[in-house]
Design a protein around this ligand. Structure first.
Ligand SMILES: Nc1ncnc2c1ncn2[C@@H]1O[C@H](COP(=O)(O)OP(=O)(O)OP(=O)(O)O)[C@@H](O)[C@H]1O
Ligand SMILES: Cc1cn([C@H]2C[C@H](O)[C@@H](COP(=O)(O)O)O2)c(=O)[nH]c1=O
Length: 680
């Protein structure tokens, strides 16, 4: 079913607060890459007498860069969740500015290492605060675009920083050799000063940024340690997040294997430093392509499936890279590898933003970042010794000789690991159980969505309101219907269960608190029976005459309550409902996302049979609603139900406005003499 008259939403960068944050991120990212290049170069220059000492000195900078994440990562996330994120970022930027600026003036290796550790500690506060802020500034349906832009500047600034560094080094060399006052100074100082200034610019941008909600810690438990443990526990205990983290870490480990042995591998293929640079650049080009085009390529495939698929393909490509001894082909495959990694990262970040609640998002991002760095450090540290121990082996097959050395082995191991992790993530997170993967993928390649959600074209517009108990659906559905009627539309406001004669009797059975022994399957079938009647007698006729149908609950309620709540197989619940509704899917589902603790306390009177279920039941229901919305963001509007009703009404009206058809021309109204109906 296509949404009639749907208008394109404004680009995410049209959102002024997000644009400002994004600019700050871009400047910081450029500064960060410049920082790596300048510090490693400076460390090498300070210890240039002995080759081994010089290598160790540069290695020391890398270790100093990674160590704080291992030790302090989760703690920093707690700050992002507890304190005013704007102030955290502002203070962090000022501190980074001062520390980096001091490095060229102190000019000692010890200070390079101490300053690196300090800057990295500060980064651990800045980054989770920023990551947790993005979903506060952009609507959920634009989160994917926002994350694409964030990742673009995170990696896209690397080649720019490399060019800038080269230019600044030339200028620095010129300055130190011509200006007497600067004689004997290190040319990298100029890059560090520019790096410091980048942080200062970011501080200014963040300071002038309004609209970041304050976190005062009131919703958190008081002990910092407890919060850290809770964050770690949350990641392990949340099936979907666990799958995501496993997948993203697997992709990181595979990437680490490449970084670790790329230099010797390219050398073995006969390439020099330039070829090494080309392979390095190919990863970034691929990542950029993957982030921008990947999610758009298979729009009909569930995001979770695409996530697992991209990691699995990345693993297989890596194994191929290891076995193909041809540099041009390796470069092309590296672009594909980078693209798969880019898709996995953008989807992973977006899913975390959508499915992890605000109070824990900072910790989840922080946990991911710190564990990703540990993984990278371990893999990079282990890759070269493993390659060296394995050595070079040549397989002689008659005339044909095939070389397989340590770098090939490391890449094969990395590839196999990524493939296994991709498959594991797919199994952990699959939200389309019962729909065969290959058929689903082939359908997505053809631009179709397989299974229950095949499009049915109807002239009207179908909007469903979903959410837990007391979330505010009835209030908002009613206000929406009034608003639409005021504009002259033919509106049918309805609800489930109980909008038909039979439905009313079914509702009485389903919600009667005395009906304790009803089996879960019978319950699911009764709700489906009510829905079949509802669709046939009320919804479909209204849609076919061109009306707007606003329903309070629909299929998602069964998937959430009977599927997740009663732990029935989601594929079964989906199937019986597809049959009951004839595959009719709303153009838009508004999910009013309200924590059950809040919603249940809003209800008055005696609890009905479902309301009387324990809190864990309602929490499972909420999680499932959110997961359904995250799997098809283009068909959902998710609003935070703890906001005041009038704020929700505005958000809902803005979204529905986008899909409303153009008003019926006056001449048709004159001709029919009726209220305007919706036309396609
Ligand atoms: N955003 C809101 N903030 C605070 N209270 C609200 C909000 N929206 C609705 N309420 C109040 O909460 C109660 C439940 O609202 P409503 O009936 O709209 O919820 P519901 O989701 O339809 O509930 P249920 O389906 O469980 O009956 C009502 O008293 C309503 O006035
Ligand atoms: C449609 C549908 C509903 N339910 C549950 C959810 C609620 O507890 C009640 C309906 O009550 P409301 O006040 O009218 O929202 O029924 C369900 O479990 N499964 C469904 O498919």
């Amino acid at each position: 079913m296509t949404a009639p008259g749907r208008r394109r939403p404004a680009h995410v960068l049209a959102n002024a607060p997000f644009r400002r944050l994004w600019t700050a991120m871009s400047v910081c990212s450029l500064g960060d890459w410049l920082n790596i290049l300048a510090l490693t170069a400076l460390a090498g220059n300070l210890m240039r007498d002995d080759y081994r000492v010089q290598s160790l000195a540069i290695g020391g900078v890398f270790v100093a860069k990674m160590l704080p994440a291992i030790l302090l990562g989760p703690l920093a996330g707690v700050f992002a969740d507890r304190f005013d994120r704007r102030l955290t970022m502002f203070a962090a930027d000022l501190a980074r500015f001062a520390i980096v600026l001091s490095i060229p003036f102190v000019h000692s290796y010890q200070w390079v290492i101490i300053a690196t550790v300090l800057v990295e500690c500060i980064n651990l506060f800045w980054v989770p605060a920023k990551d947790a802020t993005v979903p506060n500034l952009v609507p959920k349906e634009q989160l994917e675009s926002a994350n694409q832009l964030n990742l673009l500047v995170t990696y896209g600034t690397a080649p720019i920083a490399a060019m800038l560094f080269a230019a600044l080094s030339v200028v620095g060399d010129l300055a130190t050799s011509t200006v007497p006052f600067l004689a004997g100074r290190d040319a990298t100082g100029l890059a560090l000063i520019v790096n410091a200034c980048a942080y200062l610019v970011s501080a200014f941008l963040i300071f002038t940024l309004r609209g970041i909600p304050k976190r005062d810690g009131a919703i958190s438990t008081p002990s910092v340690l407890k919060q850290v443990i809770e964050g770690w526990r949350y990641v392990g205990g949340h099936r979907m997040v666990r799958g995501l983290i496993i997948g993203m870490l697997g992709a990181f480990a595979a990437g680490g294997a490449v970084v670790g042995v790329a230099k010797i591998y390219v050398g073995a293929l006969g390439g020099g430093d330039a070829a090494y640079g080309v392979v390095f650049g190919a990863v970034f080009v691929g990542m950029a392509l993957g982030m921008f085009f990947g999610p758009r390529l298979l729009r009909q495939l569930s995001r979770r499936r695409l996530f697992g698929l991209s990691i699995t393909v990345a693993g297989l490509v890596l194994v191929t890279i290891a076995l193909v001894h041809n540099l041009p082909i390796v470069v092309m495959l590296t672009v594909v590898l980078g693209a798969c990694a880019g898709i996995a990262w953008i989807i992973g970040y977006t899913l975390i933003g959508l499915e992890v609640e605000d109070g824990l998002r900072g910790r989840t991002f922080s946990f991911l970042q710190s564990t990703a760095r540990v993984t990278l450090l371990l893999v990079v540290a282990v890759a070269n010794p493993v390659a060296a121990i394995f050595g070079v082996h040549v397989l002689e097959l008659g005339e044909f000789a095939y070389q397989f050395d340590g770098s090939n082995l490391v890449l094969v191991i990395g590839g196999v690991l990524a493939t296994a992790v991709g498959i594991l993530a797919l199994r952990h997170m699959d939200d389309r159980k019962g729909v065969p993967f290959t058929a689903d993928l082939l359908a997505a390649v053809r631009g179709e969505r397989l299974g229950t959600e095949r499009a049915e074209h109807v002239p009207g517009l179908f909007v469903a309101f979903e959410g837990g108990e007391g979330s505010g659906k009835t209030t908002q559905a009613r206000l929406t219907a009034i608003w639409l009627r005021d504009q002259g539309y033919d509106v049918v406001q309805t609800r489930e269960p109980g909008s038909t004669k039979v439905g009313m009797r079914l509702r009485a059975i389903l919600l009667d608190a005395a009906e304790r022994g009803l089996s879960a399957r019978a319950e699911a079938l009764l709700y489906a029976a009510d829905r079949a009647e509802h669709v046939e007698k009320v919804i479909r006729p209204a849609l076919y005459r061109g009306a707007l149908v606003v329903t309070d609950r629909y299929v998602d309620s069964s998937l959430a309550y009977q599927g997740a709540g009663r732990a029935l197989d989601p594929a079964d619940v989906s199937k019986i409902n597809a049959w009951a509704t004839g595959g009719l899917v709303p153009h838009l589902t508004v999910l009013i996302d309200t924590p059950p603790q809040v919603g249940l306390t809003r209800l008055g009177g005696a609890a009905d049979r479902i309301e009387a279920e324990p809190l864990e039941f309602h929490e499972r229901v909420r999680k499932e609603f959110r997961a359904l919305a995250a799997a098809a963001p283009e068909r959902y509007l998710v609003v935070d139900g703890t906001q005041p009703p009038e704020v929700l009404t505005r958000q809902i009206q803005d979204r529905i406005h986008e899909i409303l058809p153009d008003p019926v021309p006056r001449e048709s109204e004159d001709a029919t003499g009726t209220m305007p109906a919706i036309r396609d």
